[in-house]
Design a protein around this ligand. Structure first.
Ligand SMILES: NC(=O)c1ccc[n+]([C@@H]2O[C@H](COP(=O)([O-])OP(=O)(O)OC[C@H]3O[C@@H](n4cnc5c(N)ncnc54)[C@H](OP(=O)(O)O)[C@@H]3O)[C@@H](O)[C@H]2O)c1
Length: 299
């Protein structure tokens, strides 16, 4: 939001959790409920683009039986409700930030995922994000509102939530990490590159009704990632070789199978569609962005 607000032609209006929740529960057959009108009504006919980022993510431990419902409520129903609002308010474009997870977790080192790759979400989170994409497309399909879907891989930056922030803190702690033997390749995107891409999706005519995979364009192994984080922190990295199969077994026993996948397996994105169709190049190199993210994280 900060980045968008600095552009002269952009007036950015954030929408709160409360207003979003009301949008999600409103009956799709009716118009926007009055309590939502009160908060958002002033924006009617003045909205150019809605950028939908809110969502349920980074949950390490689910709280119980209703966890699946919570994912779908947050990632599907909120998206659909906001999209209905966009149609009713006459917005030109709806940009939905989804996730690369809709394509599965680790298709292998040799195959880069493209927009044409099959969708096979492996977690409830990814299933709910895919359901959100489908719900938005369904809501917008008979309207003039254009939809652009972005499926990023891991997003990092200063004080990033989720795995990146955890890794920065681990490297900073100096705990030796058994990750030197990992020979993987993973795509990521700096938050500064993602926001630049979102800006391109707001304005570029060719982004209408398209889905894009985006990354920094430089895939890194986990040991290389740790080296860059350590360089940003100005500390020595402490990683040592450890048999990958044993590590996999240990994490599986600890109920952390997904952590193994995210740390040790490969996930490569082919973002050539974004680069050619939208003439986009990430403005920041992965090396600079990673070091900056680590350096600026509050530890
Ligand atoms: N970070 C990544 O690596 C990554 C990768 C791919 C895609 N994405 C997607 O990018 C988006 C932003 O992710 P993030 O990493 O910035 O996540 P985040 O830091 O957890 O932020 C999520 C935001 O969504 C809001 N939110 C969560 N549950 C909600 C609910 N039930 N109703 C309304 N608002 C709710 C949160 O509001 P509060 O501040 O009030 O809690 C917060 O502002 C998400 O859609 C995520 O799926 C992230």
């Amino acid at each position: 939001m900060e980045q968008l607000s600095t552009r002269p032609a952009c007036a950015v209006q954030p929408i709160s959790r409360l207003e979003l929740s009301r949008l999600a529960v409103c009956d799709p057959r009716n118009s926007i409920p009055p309590e939502v009108e009160t908060g958002l009504g002033a924006l009617h006919d003045r909205i150019d683009t809605i950028i939908h980022l809110a969502g349920r993510a980074h949950i390490l431990k689910d709280r119980g039986n209703d966890s699946e419902q919570e994912y779908f409520r947050a990632n599907r129903d909120l998206a659909a409700g906001l999209c209905r609002f966009g149609v009713a308010a006459g917005a030109r474009r709806f940009v939905l930030v989804s996730t690369i997870g809709v394509h599965g977790e680790s298709p292998g080192r040799d195959r880069a995922i493209t927009e044409e790759s099959p969708c096979k979400p492996a977690s409830t989170y990814a299933q709910s994000k895919l359901a959100g994409e489908q719900a938005v497309l369904e809501v917008a399909k008979d309207s003039p509102m254009e939809v652009t879907i972005i499926r990023p891989p891991l997003v990092y930056g200063p004080n990033a939530p989720g795995n990146f922030g955890r890794l920065v803190r681990l490297v900073h702690s100096g705990v030796p990490l058994p990750l030197q033997a990992i020979n993987n390749s993973r795509s990521m995107i700096a938050v500064s590159n993602l926001t630049d891409f979102i800006q391109r999706c707001i304005s570029h005519p060719a982004a209408a009704n398209q889905t894009f995979l985006v990354s920094d364009g430089e895939d890194l192994s986990t040991p290389a990632l740790i080296r860059e984080i350590a360089a940003g922190l100005g500390s020595n990295h402490r990683i040592f070789p450890f048999p990958t199969a044993v590590l996999k077994h240990c994490l599986a026993v600890a109920g952390r199978r997904r952590m193994f996948s995210q740390l040790c397996e490969s996930l490569r994105i082919d973002s050539s569609k974004a680069r050619t169709l939208l003439d986009w190049d990430p403005p920041f190199s992965a090396r600079d962005a990673l070091r900056h993210a680590a350096r600026e994280t509050n530890l």
